[in-house]
Design a protein around this ligand. Sequence first.
Ligand code: PLP
Length: 398
Amino acid sequence: MGTVIYLDNNATTAVAPEVREAMLPFLGSLYGNPSSMHTFGGQVKAHIDRAREQVAELLGAHPSEILFTSCGTESDNAAIRSALAVLPERRHLVTTRVEHPAVLNLCQAIAHQPAGLPRYRLTELPVDGQGLLDPAAVEEAVDDDTAIVSIMWANNETGVLFPVEKIGELCRKRGVLFHTDAVQAVGKVAMNLENLPIDMLSLSGHKLHAPKGIGALYVRRGTRFAPYLVGGHQENSRRGGTESVPLIVALGKAAELARDRMGEENTRVKALRDRLQKGLLATCAGARLNGHPDRRLPNTLNISFEFVEGESILLMLDQHGVCASSGSACTSGSLEPSHVLRAMGVPYTAAHGSVRFSLSVYNTDKEVDKVLEVLPPIIRRLREISPFGRDQLAGMKK
Ligand code: PLP
């Protein structure tokens, strides 16, 4: 494979060289069990403690509020299952129609538990055409029976940000637990959880230049928590299982890097993203932005190219070494447009032609130039062979 232009960082990110370096000793000589009594193990424990501090610093939290998990999905499951366990008399969950499957499918599974298990009601809140969520809808949905509100901080497909502070305030007023899936927001948006009304927050290492297989859950001090993985005393008895020391150390280092890069580097990434957006909207006929133009992550660009198949665009981009992703659930073998774009009311013909570009600190101006050079002719060529009525394409000759 030649040079790759990787613009799929909301799917996963490259492991930062500094992160790889930091974790290597724990795949070598420092293999002790952090729970062991001997000095050899204790030495390792100190590195877990440091990683916990590094993650806490990125979030503006206290180290005791950080619990390491295996991924974002586990963090989401742990948060939601914990709320139901500590509030067994409450039988209502609130989420949105645009959550990642880690939350949405879980909530739906809970709402459709087999007979004999507790019955739960689920409210899935809608979003508007720009993917925004009205906090008033949360207020309306919450009732005395609500155990948890789980609403993402940033959408993985469009990058649209939700007003988590307002939502948290509403939840607090009603005495309802608030969890946010911040897997896409952490490292891209500055946050200070100490001052935010958020009870639990999920993050995932592989979205911020740590390896796959490590995540964390923030649990605010004083929040009752029931372990999801029941076992030993690890993680302050909140998650059983011998700690994955190399991955925990890696996440700590990635969090430190993300904190250092928060200001200047994220501004540079946003400028690259904006240039890509401007160039594509100007040169590709029938191109439209999905999601709010400003209330968005700095790295994410979701564009629909009407009357063209997103998968075809991806395949042709792939021939140029450009990695992006489409809004269709093609990986599941169906060509249904994404549930996020459908919830936003994006027309079928546009949703089918959607492409997500998600950048990282490793992207360069030259890479953006290359995409701006190769993509417009791809769109023109695909339009020419589009099975959709040519009448609809009339006037789209850019
Ligand atoms: N939540 C969001 C918003 C995501 O984007 C993802 C991954 O794409 C997840 C949760 C799941 O994270 P993980 O892959 O670490 O399980």
